[in-house]
Design a protein around this ligand. Sequence first.
Ligand code: SF4
Length: 492
Amino acid sequence: MGGRILLTADCTLMSDYRHSEFLGFGTCAPPNFIPDFLYKWLFFPPINNQKGLPTSAPYGLRKIEAQLLKEGFSVKTVSPDNLRKYIVQAQALGIHVMDPFGLGPASSTLAFILKKEPFLAQYFRALLDSPEIRDAKKRGLKIIVGGPGVWQFQYRPKFAEKYGIDCIISGEAERVVGKIFQAAVRGQQLPQYYEISVEDAPKLEEIPDIVCPSVNGLVEIGRGCCRGCSFCSVTLRPLRWYPADKILHEIDVNIAGGNAGTILHAEDVMLYGSNNTIPDDKKLLKLHQAVVKKCEGVTWSHCSLAGVAAKPKLFAQVAEIIRQKQSWWGAEIGIETGSPELAKKIMPAKANPFKAEEWPQVVKTGMGLMHDNWLIPAGTLIVGAPEETEEDVIKTIELMDDLKDVRSLIVPLFFVPMGRLKGEEWFKETQMTNLHQELLAKCLEHGIRWADELIDLSFSAEWKANFVKPFYKIFVSMVKFKARQSQIDIKV
Ligand code: SF4
C-alpha cells in the first residue's frame, strides 16, 4: 500500500489545555464576555510545533496514524495552522472530531443557555472552510472524517456535501481505515458513511501502539464498558483491557516525546483488568506502581463512583501510590442523578456491586473517599432525561446539598439522545422548570465555591503558571458577577 496522507484536527482539539484537562471543557462554551483571542489563549492555546509538526496530537489521531504507518502509508499529523505547508502533496486528509457541531451534552447545554454556537463547532467549520483545504479539494484531495463525534453528522445531513467531506467513518476504525485511505489515494469513490459494527471492533492484538506523542501523555488502558447505561453509546462496545506492557510502551513513546506525565484513559480506570464490576486489586496496584515509577505525574480520564465505594482500602492504596509524586489527581465521573428511581430506569448497573436504589449513597461514599484521598472529580448530571419526574429533580438538588463540601466540579448537562435512547427527544432550555433552574444554580454555586482552590491546585509554583493563574480567577469573578446580574440565586 502507499499514498500521502495528512491527519489533523481543529484548533480546539490541537491543544494541551495548559496541561489541565479541566480547561478543555472551555472549548464547549460559546463566545462570551471575554474577547475570543484571550479566551482561546486561556483555554485552548495552540500546541507547540517542532519543524512544523505538532509535538503532541489527540490520542485517537495518533492511533490512526500508527495504523496507517503500519500499513505502509506516508503519513503526517499536522496542526491546522501548518496545513498550508504540507497539503499540496497530500492525496487524502483525515480529520479527527469529538464534538464537531457542538451537539455533545456539555456544549449543547451551554449553547442553549447562552444562545450562541460553541467555539468547537465554529473552529471545526473554519477548518473545512480554510482556503488551503478548499484549494486542495479543487485538485482532488479526499477528506475522511472519524472520531467519537461523527454521530453528529446525522443531525447535519447536508454538511458533508457542502464542505466536501468524502467519507465519514463511525466506530473503532483500525480494521478498515487502511482500505478506505487506499481507495481515497487511488481516487476511487468512497462510501459516504461507513459504520463499523461491534463485531468488527478490533481485537486487542489488532490495536497498534502509538508511535508519536499524544496530548498530555494520554494513553488508553482499555476500551468499552460493562455497565450498560441506556443513554451511553460506549456501552455498546466490547470490554477489552490492554496488557500492562502495551500501556507502558505507549508511555515510553510519550516520555521520549517530552510528555513526562500521563493520563490513563478508560471508561472506568478503577476496573482495570477486571471482567466484572469489582476492581481487581492486584492488577490495579501493579499498573499504578509501574506507571508512577516511569512518570512524573499521573491522572485518570474517568472512573466510577461505585468502583471507588466498593473498595475504599484499594482506592486509598492507589491514591498513596499516585501521591508519591503529586498532591492530587483528577478524573471525570458520572453522577447523573440523585434519584434512586431514575437510576433504576436509565442506569440499573451503574451502582454495581451495590443496588441501583442505593445510588445516592454510592455517590456520597465515593465522592467522600475522593475528597479524603485527593482525587478531584469533574462530575456530570443529566437534566431532562426521558421519564424524569419533579421528584427526581428534587432528589438531585438534595444530593447537591449533600456534596457541597466535596472538592469537585459538578456540571449539569441537558439530555442528548444517544446509546439505546437515541430515538428519544432532545431536552431543550424551553422545557426547563423552576426546579431545573434551581439545580443549575446549585451547580454554578458549587463550582464557584471551589474554583479558587481548584485553580491554585491546578497551577503549580512554576512562574508561567503563576502568570496565567490570575486570569482564571478574574474569569471566575466575572462569572459570579454575571450570574448575580442575571438574578441567578447563588449563595457564594
Ligand atoms: S458507566 Fe459510563 S461509560 Fe459505562 S455505560 Fe454508563 S455512562 Fe457509559
